[in-house]
Write a protein of this length. Structure first.
Length: 359
């Protein structure tokens, strides 16, 4: 027995060493990853590819998805052609556990009022819509833009660059929102060029007006035929037709929401004087960022000229076109920021504004 004692002890010692080594080498188990937050967007009529309003919102979603990809899952939905299922899509996302849902467009207002009450733990962003009596503790944030400010700047560009002293405005749906674009544009034209005339047309009275490029083209061509040499549109996807008409006539169009001098067809780019940049992308991104950082606040978030929400577009295609008026436009922008110029946001305010201008 004594002959085997030392080898046995040696074997046991070896086993003990191996066991301890294995235990020391074992890595602690990582904690399960927290589930990602879910963010959804529902576009309005025209959807992705409108080269304007919806595409700007999508750009904000993409930026947030890249920056916060480890923390969020994101998706987007598009309504039917007439937008009848907006509410259904909002509810679908809420029922599927989406913590932040953004409706792109004022026509979501009534639907978000209803669905946000049904899902009080879900946060909602409403682009361009206004809901009364919200507070910071509300689960809805209205993302608002004083569009008249940016429209004033491109109106001034039109007033300074027109050679015929006739410029046009093509609106989409005739509602107070688009009236802000019209009033601001008209005010900007007249502020720098009292002799100019502004011709105004609207495509329709329903949401369909934002996705009718054929009608947009027809109205723009009619305005060019009346002597306009610059036409500004605020009509969503219908504005594709306005830009087409400008290129056909070798006149100028002014885009809206996105920098349409970049998204126009190559043969159309020389005829986009500028665009009224409405940074829906920034509003969407900032709302998602606040949600991710647990800093979401309900109520009203205003993205004006002073806060980078509105501007006129400058790019390599229009740099030379704007070179002689850039200093003037930037000076007007500074006056808007300082409050020296208070841009009218309705036709009633426009009348008062124009009557106060030097004769």
């Amino acid at each position: 027995m004594s002959r085997f004692r030392r080898p046995l002890f040696a074997v046991l010692a070896l086993v003990l060493i191996v066991t301890l080594a294995a235990g020391c080498a074992q890595k602690p188990q990582a904690a399960p990853a927290a589930p990602k937050m879910k963010v959804g967007i529902v576009f309005d009529i025209g959807g992705r590819g409108d080269l304007s309003f919806n595409d700007s919102a999508y750009a904000g979603l993409v930026r947030a998805s890249v920056e916060f990809g480890d923390e969020i899952n994101s998706t987007y939905l598009e309504p039917t052609a007439g937008g009848e299922n907006r509410e259904e899509l909002l509810r679908l996302l809420a029922e599927d556990g989406y913590g932040l849902i953004i409706g792109v467009g004022f026509m979501f207002t009534d639907h978000i009022i209803k669905v946000s009450q049904e899902f009080p733990d879900v946060k909602f962003g409403l682009v361009d819509g206004f809901i009364d009596k919200l507070t910071e503790t509300s689960n809805v944030a209205c993302l608002l833009f004083p569009e008249q400010e940016g429209s004033f700047l491109v109106g001034a560009a039109a007033g300074l660059k027109t050679k015929t002293n006739k410029v046009g405005f093509v609106g989409g749906m005739k509602v107070p929102l688009i009236e802000r674009f019209e009033a601001g544009f008209h005010a900007g034209v007249k502020y720098v060029n009292p002799n100019a005339t502004v011709i105004i047309d609207y495509i329709g009275t329903t949401g369909e007006a934002f996705k009718d490029p054929i009608k947009g083209r027809e109205l723009a061509l009619a305005q060019f035929n009346k002597g306009c040499d610059i036409v500004y549109h605020a009509s969503g996807a219908s504005g594709i037709g306005v830009i087409q008409a400008a290129a056909e006539k070798k006149k100028f169009a002014i885009g809206v929401d996105s920098d349409q001098g970049l998204t126009a067809k190559d043969e159309e780019k020389p005829y986009v004087l500028t665009s009224m940049m409405k940074r829906v992308d920034n509003a969407v991104y900032e709302t998602i960022k606040a949600f991710v950082n647990s800093e979401f606040k309900g109520g009203y978030q205003v993205f004006d000229v002073a806060h980078g929400g509105l501007d006129y577009a400058q790019n390599k295609y229009n740099e030379a076109l704007l070179a002689d008026i850039k200093a003037t436009l930037d000076g007007l922008k500074a006056k808007i920021v300082s409050g020296e110029i208070k841009v009218p946001g309705s036709n009633a305010e426009l009348t008062a504004f124009l009557s106060a201008l030097p004769k």
